[in-house]
Design a protein around this ligand. Structure first.
Ligand code: PEP
Length: 250
């Protein structure tokens, strides 16, 4: 059984004090993790204080990125090993903002996915498509599926079971223009079929696939009702504790 996930992605928002206050506000209002998992990705500076604030609650704290080496002379990077040791066991990789603003390509993301798994971190691997591809309608999902093939290249079956994939059309991220639930389901379904082709049916049935892109309290329920959508990755509407909790309680 795939336990659904509601995951927030704060991007470069909130001070440490604001992040801790948010955790303290929501942590006692979350469902048990065996019914619905809840997670928040936050800037690196806030992660350890958030883990401390969330202790004993179902809330998981996630990094928004990490490097592909465990340690070394890589100024400014975040070690996946150090994250794990600090109690951060989840990381978002391949977000479209990392790809677009920081020029991360599939080869680099594939290395980061392997480094995360090697250190015990469970990655949420994001896979987007572009407005140009959306206009060339028939091509758009194929492009996203190719991306997933590249990002997950070389992983074995045990690895892939610790990976969550997020289908995030880039035109829907932060635009207020969500995919409708049928489009979102189509993307998630095709990604699952791709994983099926790569690893077989058992693995494909166990891997969780999320939709992300302008999810709000108003559309979360329709997304979560789809059979191939195992949860949502939420940017803007995860920043306010009320909207985050409304999405959790969809
Ligand atoms: C995101 O950043 O992953 C995201 C989905 O953002 P938003 O919900 O604001 O579209």
């Amino acid at each position: 059984m795939r336990i659904p996930i509601i995951a927030g992605n704060w991007k470069m928002h909130k001070t440490v004090a604001e992040a801790v206050a948010f955790v303290n506000q929501v942590k006692d209002q979350l469902p048990p993790a065996d019914q619905l998992q809840t997670a928040l990705a936050a800037p690196t500076l806030s992660l350890v204080p958030m883990v401390q604030a969330a202790a004993g609650s179902p809330l998981k704290v996630m990094a928004e990125n990490c490097y592909y080496q465990d340690e070394g002379a890589y100024t400014g990077e975040t070690s996946p090993y150090a994250l794990y040791q600090a109690g951060i066991h989840h990381v978002i990789l391949g977000h479209s903002e990392r790809r677009n603003y920081f020029h991360e390509d599939d080869e680099l993301i594939n290395k980061k996915v392997k480094a995360a798994l090697r250190n015990g971190l469970c990655p949420i691997v994001c896979c987007d498509d572009t407005m140009a591809r959306r206009i060339a309608a028939d091509d758009k999902i194929h492009w996203a599926v190719n991306r997933i093939l590249a990002d997950l290249k070389g992983l074995n079956e045990a690895d892939i079971c610790n990976v969550t994939v997020a289908y995030e059309p880039s035109w829907a991220i932060g635009s207020g223009q969500s995919a409708d639930s049928d489009q979102a389901e189509e993307g998630c379904y095709l990604i699952r079929q791709t994983i099926n082709d790569m690893y077989g049916e058992d693995v494909a049935n166990n891997v969780r696939i999320l939709y992300g892109g302008s999810v709000t309290p108003a559309n979360a329920r329709a997304m979560m009702a789809k059979s191939d959508i195992d949860g949502v990755l939420v940017g803007t509407d995860s920043l306010d504790p009320r909207t985050f909790l409304e999405i959790v309680n969809h």
